[in-house]
Design a protein around this ligand. Structure first.
Ligand code: AHG
Ligand code: MN
Ligand code: MN
Ligand code: MN
Length: 336
């Protein structure tokens, strides 16, 4: 077969963004600059996480965030890194962070974008050395806006971009600006994200389900019965396989690479589940749909059609391959 070729014409993130900018009419280059600033933030956070234990920055910060999560030192550090990268980009006017109770508006910025972020996703896994990530959604300020809460309490379809970085064996970046999904891997020696998965598509099916079964006592009947159905032999005579990392970015990166379905349903404790709309459900749903998958809530409603009332609003979520999430929709008598 083909031997591996040495690639002498690699596409870095900056080159990829410049080439895609040239295809956009009337582009001002602002969006390109913002995405490059995001790439910097991911590289800085990646390096910080990989040395944290060595500089005694593992463990808890001793504080809680608005949604009640106990903050890890790296949650706070990642948040500061991200805020400073967005402030210094000059392109961001409004910022929402999981680790900030209120909206941040950069008073002197002339930026025309609003960014929502989960600086460290899966932080409960940090001290176990398990992959974590950063998740970002991007909105353009509303016409005439000088920066307010109205720029982020928007429908998911108003997003102009979404991306995540996963800090695993390699540092991966998946990005969409509404024209499909492209995947990059960080070359630590060059210090650049390199295009590895152009026009990435979700496999239409893979018998993998990813859910925290520890919550099953609290699930609604239809969720329980659906998951039980996946444990029975399917058409191919085999049941689904279970995979659950507990970091959404890691569970979703596996889903983008292999296919299958990921769910964080509501339950009797919390009808909207645990994942936040603006900086977890929205960006992951935009990426999933742009890669040919489905993203709905427990009631089968399209995630991107939802609209938050508060910046830390949560939503139940079913995400992944068309056929597998389609099975859930069929189970609850819905179709997309
Ligand atoms: P975060 O670390 O940003 O607060 O997010 C944690 C989320 C998400 O990463 C993951 O899918 C989910 O929490 C896991 O929750 P459970 O431990 O309840 O399964
Ligand atoms: Mn958290
Ligand atoms: Mn998270
Ligand atoms: Mn987080």
């Amino acid at each position: 077969g083909m031997t591996a070729q040495f690639d002498t014409d690699i596409i870095t993130l900056p080159r990829f963004l410049l080439e895609s900018q040239r295809t956009q009419t009337h582009s001002t280059g602002e969006f390109t600059l913002l995405l490059n600033s995001l790439g910097f933030a991911f590289k800085f956070i990646s390096q910080t996480i990989r040395k944290a234990e060595l500089v005694h920055f593992s463990g808890l910060a001793g504080t809680n965030n608005t949604t009640g999560d106990a903050q890890k030192k790296l949650d706070v550090l990642g948040d500061e890194i991200f805020i400073n990268a967005m402030k210094s980009s000059g392109n961001v006017k409004v910022l929402v962070s999981e680790e900030q109770e209120d909206l941040i508006i950069f008073p002197t910025s002339q930026g025309t974008y609003a960014v929502c972020c989960d600086p460290i996703d899966g932080s409960s896994n940090l001290d176990a050395g398990v992959s974590v990530g950063t998740i970002v959604s991007i909105f353009r300020l509303k016409p005439g806006s000088t920066g307010s809460i109205q720029d982020v309490l928007r429908g998911g379809t108003e997003m102009v971009g979404a991306c995540y970085a996963m800090y695993g064996a390699s540092t991966h970046l998946l990005l969409t600006t509404g024209n499909g999904v492209d995947g990059f891997t960080l070359d630590n020696n060059i210090g650049e994200f390199i295009l590895v998965y152009p026009e990435l598509r979700l496999p239409p099916h893979n018998p993998i389900y990813s859910i925290n079964e520890g919550n099953s006592y609290y699930w609604k009947e239809e969720v329980k019965s659906f998951i039980e159905k996946l444990k029975l032999p399917q058409a191919n005579g085999k049941p689904f396989s279970a995979r659950y990392v507990g970091s959404m970015v890691a569970d979703m990166h596996r889903t983008f690479m292999y296919g299958g379905l990921f769910a964080y349903p509501g339950d009797r404790k919390s009808s909207s589940g645990k994942l936040r709309l603006l900086y977890e459900a929205f960006p992951m749903s935009f990426l999933v749909e742009q890669a040919g998958g489905i993203a709905v809530n427990d009631r089968g409603e399209r995630i991107l059609d939802l609209k938050p009332e508060h910046i830390h609003d949560k939503s139940s979520i079913w995400l992944g391959s068309k056929e597998d999430v389609g099975m859930y929709l069929q189970h609850i008598g819905k179709s997309l």
